[in-house]
Design a protein around this ligand. Sequence first.
Ligand code: HEC
Ligand code: HEC
Length: 368
Amino acid sequence: MNSQEENNKNDNPLAPVVVKLTNIIAILVVFIIVLLVLFAIYVPAPKQKPVTEVPVPDENGLFTEAAKQTALTQKENEKYWHAPSETSLNDNPKKEEINYGKDLIAHTAEYFGPKGKVYSNATNGMNCQNCHLDAGTKVFGNNYSAVASTYPKFRARSGSIENIYKRVNDCFERSLNGKALDSSSKEMKAIVSYIYWLGKDVKKEVKPEGSGFKDLAFLDRAADPEKGKIVYVEKCQSCHQANGEGMMNGDKTVYTYPPLWGSNSYNDGAGLYRISNFAKFVKYNMPLGVSYNATQLSDEEAWDVAAFVNTQPRPKKDITKDWPNIAEKPIDHPFGPFADGFDEIQHKFGPFKPIKVKREAMKKVKSA
Ligand code: HEC
Ligand code: HEC
């Protein structure tokens, strides 16, 4: 210790007070720091000031996300055909006939089913609507939007020009495995009037977006009935039943769940007996409630369950007169003979890509 310090110590009587004060200040400083740290940890950062940028509308003049979303859905829906509004029927002189036609499509069994009011047991008991969903108005639900605009037309299946009456009767005789209607009957006239009314705003020769079935890509392999059975048990059986024969309502007049095979199902000359039609119908419409923009089955499941269902027993139809020009048979027509050299099995289950490639090559040779 040097003499200077010694002196200070001895000279300053306040020294102990200063020391005490410094200690208190030090404690206070530590205390404040601890407080600040605790504050930083436990108190949330103040909310950022809202950005006061001016919102920019999109090209449709819409500001909020919700409004944009609604506009998008509307745009998407507008792409597709939709049925004329019910109110447009009010001043239609054929209103009654058209409504009768709609009822015949939606509740066919009440008129032609087991206890049919017009003819009983003239069909398998199914409704047209079972396959032409929402009375033939559902987007990609096998709707009738393209019928008025495209018939009469040449159809390769019969090798002749067909009018709407013939086409409607095709479904009566094949899909409903029943009897054709007389084209002058009240019922046939009503069905045709309804179909014309549905397509009244569609230009001649035009097939509106959303008509018929939505496309489904071919698999690289054959569709597999064994795998399809697993899909059926998991996703279809609860409604269509273990025996595939569907379920009728309490008084056995109409199907609550229509049959997929067995004696009351469509016959082997029907459109759904072609595996691609079945797979497309199911992919975009089943299990009940799904639609083209909200599907449940994978592509593989749709093809496989189609293969399973279409290998189960069903009524037969004599279709020897179908496809007079065998080169016109669709790729998945399941009955030979064929012009392309592939066998019935491959035409029934695939793989379809090689058949397609060969057919395109044959066409080129023909036109060269
Ligand atoms: C078991 C299913 C099923 C039932 C039931 C059914 N159809 Fe069909 N129908 C089809 C399929 C599948 C097609 C398309 C076939 C194709 O393109 O090869 C079709 C096609 C049609 C077409 C032509 C559509 C077009 O755009 O060319 C008309 C019209 C039609 N059906 C009317 C009827 C009527 C009327 C009934 C009731 C009497 C009926 N269908 C019952 C499956 C069915
Ligand atoms: C929740 C019940 C339910 C489930 C599950 C269901 N369906 Fe359907 N299915 C129906 C009903 C009901 C109809 C008739 C719709 C109508 O009339 O509007 C129908 C119609 C059909 C049709 C056309 C009519 C016919 O009988 O030929 C096919 C094909 C079909 N379903 C296949 C399937 C397949 C394959 C599955 C499984 C992937 C499935 N369905 C799952 C209730 C169901």
